[in-house]
Design a binder for this molecule. Structure first.
Ligand SMILES: *[C@@H]1O[C@H](CO)[C@@H](O)[C@H](O)[C@H]1NC(C)=O
Ligand SMILES: *[C@@H]1O[C@H](CO)[C@@H](O)[C@H](O)[C@H]1NC(C)=O
Length: 409
């Protein structure tokens, strides 16, 4: 006869064993997290302690910036940062090209003052102030490139071709100077962000200065990064989480965890250094949007992503996001991601790692991306010369210019 007591004690033993396995599992999990945490926090502390006094190598830098309604930032931060940067890089090694158009605030006044300061430092420059506003652009006859029929049945001006045109203006002087035999090694594109000259030196030195493009990481509302439209990991996927360590693809994520330059397929994120040569090649590398005919499928792509897709240097020299260079759209955002000690806290590291894992394990980029690929294939079927090399940049959006900015339709 079966002894009820033995079977009872067997159940208990089995339960205890199971508990022990669970317990060992938990201990391993906690240890693993602690080890991970320890190494990452040590890296965070070490990498933030680096301070560059001098550029590591003397390079000639063409600095390009476009401005629209940036009076507040210029007066409170940007003008001073640019003046200091000019002094650190030495006026004889740089050229500053600024293109402003149609601001509603007194951005022009702030730029005139900056112009005077740069004059004192003898910085060669071209600061162009244009009076063409968004309202003028929209009121133009809707023919030529950059217009699309929106779902409400109107032909409206696309935001991206407009921005491409404006950014292209900031490259005009580069071409003119080249004709005079004046050349540059790198182009530094500055958005309307808060940065220090040290950030720029660090950015220029990304991967020892060898890259097709090197970007900072941008924050408007930390800990969330800002420029989702242009950032793609080394497999061309969008970021999987808006917080550190951001990426889905393993090689991008690993570099971000080690705070090394992160290989990506595209980035912009506030501040970008690019090798200058492709911009002077023939045909020259320029900003562009996707064709209007493709945009009419309710698709859009950032000019700041397409430029990497078009850049012949991208493949061999790489595009890197430098996690040591973090800029902000406000002073508060800048300070939050550049504290005196440790911009990543133990809590943000653990939360970030697990949020990223859970998102990777439970979401798939496939469905979203294949829907877009299908639309592009439909579009391409119409003609053999329809090709889009920046497929990974394309998102399911329509962006229309507006008097006060722009909007989605
Ligand atoms: C960009 O600039 C190039 C050269 O100046 C020009 O041919 C091209 O049309 C521009 N693209 C856009 C979208 O404005
Ligand atoms: C300055 O920039 C404007 C706008 O891009 C351009 O039209 C002009 O030719 C440039 N001037 C010089 C001297 O490079």
């Amino acid at each position: 006869m079966k002894n009820p007591l033995t079977s009872y004690s067997r159940t208990i033993r089995r339960a205890l064993l199971r508990h022990r396995i669970i317990r060992i599992g938990l201990v391993i999990l906690i240890l693993w997290n602690l080890v991970d945490l320890h190494f990452i926090l040590r890296l965070v502390a070490e990498t933030d302690a680096v301070y560059r006094d001098q550029p590591r190598q003397t390079e000639r830098i063409y600095i390009a910036m476009v401005n629209w309604n940036n009076e507040y930032l210029l007066r409170n931060h940007l003008s001073k940062a640019i003046t200091e940067l000019s002094w650190r890089l030495r006026p004889e090694n740089i050229y500053i090209s600024i293109y402003e158009s149609g601001s509603y605030d007194n951005t022009k006044g702030a730029l005139v003052e900056l112009d005077a300061e740069l004059e004192q430092l003898r910085v060669p420059r071209n600061i162009t102030l244009s009076y063409v506003s968004h309202a003028d652009e929209i009121a133009a006859p809707p023919d030529g490139e950059g217009w699309v029929v929106t779902p409400r049945g109107k032909k409206e001006l696309r935001r991206i071709p407009y921005l491409s045109r404006v950014r292209n203006h900031s490259l005009e002087s580069l071409r003119k100077l080249a004709k005079q035999g004046i050349h540059f090694d790198k182009i530094l594109f500055l958005n309307d962000v808060v940065f220090t000259s040290n950030d720029v030196l660090e950015l220029l030195d990304t991967n020892h200065g060898d890259y097709a493009a090197a970007c900072s990481l941008d924050f408007q509302k930390p800990p969330f990064y800002y420029d989702t439209f242009a950032l793609r990991d080394s497999h061309g996927h969008e970021a999987v989480t808006p917080t550190w360590p951001f990426f889905r693809d393993a090689s991008s994520r690993r570099a971000m965890k080690q705070l090394q330059p992160v290989p990506v397929k595209s980035c912009w994120n506030g501040m970008v250094a690019m090798a200058a040569a492709p911009f002077l090649a023939s045909p020259p590398l320029r900003f562009r949007g996707i064709p209007d005919s493709l945009a009419s499928y309710h698709l859009e792509a950032s000019e700041c992503c397409l430029i990497h897709a078009d850049n012949p240097l991208s493949k061999d020299h790489g595009i890197y996001l430098n996690p040591r260079v973090r800029v902000g759209y406000t002073t508060a955002a800048y300070v939050a991601v550049n504290p005196t000690l440790n911009w990543l806290t133990p809590r943000s590291v653990l939360q970030g790692l697990w949020w990223n894992r859970i998102r990777r394990w439970t979401t798939f980029s496939y469905f979203k991306e294949s829907a877009i690929r299908k639309k592009i294939a439909q579009w391409a079927r119409w003609s053999p010369d329809r090709r889009e090399v920046g497929e990974f940049c394309v998102v399911d959006e329509m962006q229309i210019l507006d008097v006060r900015g722009w909007y989605h339709v």
